[in-house]
Design a protein around this ligand. Structure first.
Ligand code: APR
Length: 309
């Protein structure tokens, strides 16, 4: 089994590190456009193999896609963050060019790959990768919901307090600060509603903190986060390569499900060796359905920028 990570920056390298530590594949290729960068990260990581005991062989390449040939799964983390003074449209334009070009190159050498999108704005980049490549919809997956749900579980664990591992909590909708929907009503602590343990106003704050979880870290770090995004990307790879049939919130193409069409948005899906295999209906209440429709409107508005490029 071979996995490729495009972009050897903070998120891509952390994905690769987590994938290797769990020996999820025999071969792992890191690709970046910055000369020598992916090679350097790959060698550094390989020099931990004797210490950590993993069996994955990691190699790096500067832009040579032939090295990625025959990959089963490819994660796209390449892109640039929004810089001061840059409009949202400009950011979408630059990252769209990168994601579209990368997807084309990957498919030349790995026509059967499952593509995972991490680059932001993730919902729009997932839609772009799917529509520009013409791939079957089950083979293009945006990762954001796994990360957002893990952040939701963290904030809940602080509020209860409890171990994050004993909490089940899902974020659906878009991956943006204002478009994601932490499903507080359905969150549980060992199978019991979290509302048994946390007051309604505190739960509201947990949801609000979750929604700005990424921005909070950018404020603290001066750049966007990488440990949780990297671990989330690796978790999705694990579910695919081990054919786990896990129920995970991912950004996928909707064709009428959750009342939406022609859009990629976060919903609970079964993940296995074929990519996303089935969308699961969580039977949202009216309030949640309204939030989902609003989230879809905002993401659709962002997707419309793609038509102007
Ligand atoms: N092909 C390959 N690599 C590229 C390309 C390209 N066309 N364009 C940029 N890159 C590489 C850069 O050289 C850089 O090493 O992508 C890497 C991005 O790494 P960082 O700048 O460290 O960004 P990172 O924090 O990893 O975030 C990557 O993930 O979570 C999202 O919002 C985040 O969109 C961003 C992405």
């Amino acid at each position: 089994m071979k996995v490729t990570v495009i972009g050897a920056g903070a998120v891509g390298a952390t994905c690769a590190d987590n994938i290797a530590r769990a020996s999820l594949c025999e071969e792992l290729v890191l690709l970046d456009i910055k000369e020598g960068f992916a090679e350097g990260k790959a060698i550094d990581m390989m020099q931990t193999a004797a210490l950590l005991g993993f069996e994955t062989r990691i190699t790096g390449t500067t832009g040579d896609y032939s090295k990625t040939a025959g990959s089963s799964v490819v994660l796209i983390t390449s892109g640039i963050p929004r810089k001061p003074g840059m409009t949202r449209e400009e950011l979408i334009g630059i990252n769209a060019g990168i994601v579209k070009g990368v997807t084309e190159n990957i498919l030349k050498y790995s026509p059967d790959a499952i593509i995972i999108i991490i680059s932001n704005p993730m919902d729009t980049m997932t839609y772009l990768a799917l529509t520009s490549s013409g791939l079957p919809k089950n083979r293009v997956i945006g990762m954001g919901g796994i990360l957002d749900s893990s952040r939701f579980r963290y904030y809940l664990s602080q509020a209860i307090p409890a171990s994050p591992n004993e909490l089940q909590a899902t974020v659906i909708g878009g991956h943006g600060d204002t478009t994601m929907i932490p499903l507080t009503r359905l969150a549980t602590y060992q199978g019991t509603p979290v509302s048994n343990y946390v007051a309604a106003d505190v739960l509201k704050k947990v949801a609000a903190d979750t929604m700005v979880g990424g921005a909070t870290l950018t404020g603290l770090l001066g750049t966007s986060a990488w440990y949780a995004p990297g671990a989330s990307g690796a978790d999705l790879v694990k579910a695919i390569v081990r054919d786990e049939k896990r129920l995970l919130p991912c950004c996928v193409y909707l064709d009428g499900e959750y009342g939406q069409k022609d859009i990629c948005l976060g919903v609970p899906v079964i993940i296995g060796k074929n990519g996303w295999e089935k969308i699961v209906d969580y039977h949202l209440n009216d309030e949640e359905k309204a939030l989902f429709a609003k989230s879809a409107d905002a993401v659709r508005n962002m997707n419309s920028v793609l038509k102007t490029l």
